[in-house]
Design a protein around this ligand. Structure first.
Ligand code: BTN
Length: 250
């Protein structure tokens, strides 16, 4: 396994943008983190709320994914965050929601944004996996976010040392990145196992469509096999809407 190599910034627009700009300057498996972002990027062109010193804002540079299997970036990142939460706050019951979210019950605690780095000839050179984990964000800030959100503080009533968490995350993400080379089937197996929506009825937003149906399975390319109106389709992006019923465990 590679030694974690981490760059800590005070303030940046977005750690993803920075990691993409300086992609060539850093070695493979570098984790770029910041105390705050003034233009944090979320999926689907949303903003990511990034107040100073409250949360983890990190971007992991992956230059060597096997055969450009970008799905391993999301699998490795989300499993690393789950491991971080379980080791630092075992009382938090977190799960994975396809494609990239980590949730506690129906509230999001972590989001991920994968962005591909391309060369001059448009050839993909690697991927930057952006990870935002809500750590010490208080209820009043969470309430201002436009979707149900939570933080480690809100879930446990405890404050956490963000720097320590970042260092632990660097270790875990390096471990899962290694597994994507040594045992990709195992990475996929673990990721699939943590996704609790398989077999559940959900609403999927994709492009400008909103479809109601059932999650049949997740494949090893990171796709979601979805059944709606008697048809099965595999989606590689989209937004799943859930309600309390979708996640009630039997
Ligand atoms: C999502 O919308 O769920 C994805 C959020 C990703 C946020 C992280 S914070 C660190 C990195 N830098 C960014 O600008 N975005 C990602």
């Amino acid at each position: 396994m590679k030694e974690p190599y981490t760059i800590h910034l005070d303030e940046v627009d977005s750690t993803n943008r920075y990691a993409l700009e300086f992609f060539h300057e850093f070695p493979d498996a570098t984790l770029v983190t910041a105390r705050t972002q003034n233009a944090g990027r979320g999926r689907l062109n949303r903003r990511w709320t990034s107040p100073p010193d409250e949360n983890i804002y990190a971007s992991f540079i992956m230059k060597n994914l096997p055969d450009n299997n970008w799905q391993y970036a999301a699998m490795a990142s989300s499993l690393a965050v789950l491991e971080l939460l379980r080791s630092e706050a075992p009382e938090i019951n977190a799960w994975l929601k396809w494609p990239n979210d980590v949730l506690c019950a129906e509230r999001k605690i972590c989001g991920m944004l994968g962005e591909i780095k391309s060369g001059a000839d448009n050839k993909p050179l690697g991927i930057v996996a952006g990870i935002g984990v809500n750590v010490n964000m208080p209820p009043e800030t969470l309430a201002a976010i436009d979707q149900p959100a939570t933080s480690m503080l809100a879930e446990t009533g405890r404050n956490f040392d963000v720097k320590k968490l970042v260092n632990r995350l660097a270790i875990f993400i390096n471990e899962y990145y290694s597994i994507s080379f040594t045992c990709p089937r195992e990475l996929y197996r673990r990721w699939r196992e943590e996704n609790l929506l398989i077999g559940r009825c959900i609403e999927l937003e994709t492009g400008n469509r909103r479809l109601t149906g059932t999650v049949i399975d997740l494949d090893d390319k990171g796709g979601m096999i979805f059944e709606h109106d008697g048809e099965r389709t595999t989606f590689y992006s989209g937004d799943i809407r859930i309600n309390k019923q979708s996640i009630t465990l039997t």
